[in-house]
Design a binder for this molecule. Structure first.
Ligand code: PMP
Length: 315
């Protein structure tokens, strides 16, 4: 889907017109994948537009950079503020937010240290990631022939641009075979995650999800669902999961800022449960959206109201 452009993109502290937000082709990131990024959504509530777990996303961005010894020249709190300002300046309500820190233009070689660390933030309207029906009916996925990165190769816990070459192999293969998404194993053969979403399985009323050591990104939606489910009294275990446990699950679903909570109805053409969103999946999905859209109390303090934008953009 082509971009629905907004007015401004935030670059290193300034608001730049969308079409002018460009970088030099010899920037380090273009050649060596040296970026870290975030993805989050805003939601419209009766109180106004809110960002979901804004501070946690900015913190994960800074952590992702730290792993690669990248010093982002803005603090997590400054990034939070920049995101709120940008949403306000663009006069946009429901949107996707993409901050990206990257090694910029100075010299070219594998050593990134001479290159500056630049930060850009964009926001744009974005619908359901896997299509309008996916949230309701679920998606059909396959196991990928590509594994996730081994823990001593590329750190899966850093949301770095280069990791998404692995994700692209998983996604392209799945789509080529007619599936909405691919599900990858880790290099030990246990279930890891999708190309850009965490995985959950339900069996006999108990919820299971792969642990942080299974080459997954520590998803913020994953954490939210774990907390919501525990508060509802469900038992959740973060544990290694095998491929066959997926086939015989009662319910399975993906979580992520983009996919939100999307049921998985078939895996490798095996129907999961009765092939629709199961009752626990539906209960958790409802609780999640009730919170995001302001129908339930924000008891975790996860919503940040976007204040009315004050003042003209600095250019
Ligand atoms: N795994 C990967 C590889 C991802 O790219 C994402 C999306 N950021 C997720 C899991 C889900 O993470 P979150 O819930 O924080 O969006």
């Amino acid at each position: 889907m082509p971009f629905q452009k907004t007015k401004y993109i935030w670059m290193n502290g300034k608001l730049v017109d969308w079409d002018d937000a460009t970088i030099h082709v010899l920037s380090h990131v273009v050649h060596y994948g040296s970026s870290v990024f975030e993805g989050m959504r805003t939601y419209v509530t009766p109180q106004g537009t809110v960002c979901f777990r804004l501070g946690d996303h900015s913190k994960r961005l800074v952590d992702s950079a730290k792993i690669y010894r990248m010093e982002i020249p803005f603090s997590a709190a400054e990034i939070d503020q920049a995101i709120l300002d940008l949403i306000g300046a663009n006069e946009i309500e429901s949107c996707y937010v993409r901050p990206v820190a990257y090694r910029g233009y100075e010299s070219l070689g594998v050593d990134p240290s001479p290159c500056p660390v630049d930060l850009a933030i964009a926001v744009w309207p974005w619908g359901a990631y896997l299509g309008a029906d996916a949230l309701e009916k679920g998606v059909s996925v396959c196991f990928s022939s590509w594994a996730r990165m081994a823990p001593n190769t590329m750190p899966a816990g850093s949301k770095c641009g280069a990791n998404y070459m692995n994700s692209q192999l998983i996604k392209l293969e799945a789509m080529r075979h007619g599936y909405a998404e691919g599900l990858a194993l880790d290099t030990f053969g246990f279930v890891s995650e999708g190309s850009a979403q965490n995985f959950f399985l339900i069996r006999d009323g108990k919820i299971y999800t792969p642990p942080l050591t299974a080459a997954i990104l520590p998803g913020i939606t994953r954490d939210s669902i774990i907390r919501i489910a525990r508060d509802k009294g469900f038992e959740i275990e973060e544990t290694n999961i095998t491929r066959e446990q997926c086939y015989t699950a009662d319910e399975t679903f993906f979580t992520g800022s983009a996919v939100e909570l999307t049921p998985i109805s078939r895996i490798d053409q095996i129907t999961i449960g009765d092939g629709t969103a199961g009752p626990i999946t539906r209960e958790l999905q409802k609780a999640y959206f009730d919170l995001l859209e302001g129908r339930a109390e924000d008891k975790y303090g996860w919503l940040t109201l976007v204040p009315e934008y004050q003042g003209a953009p600095a250019k």
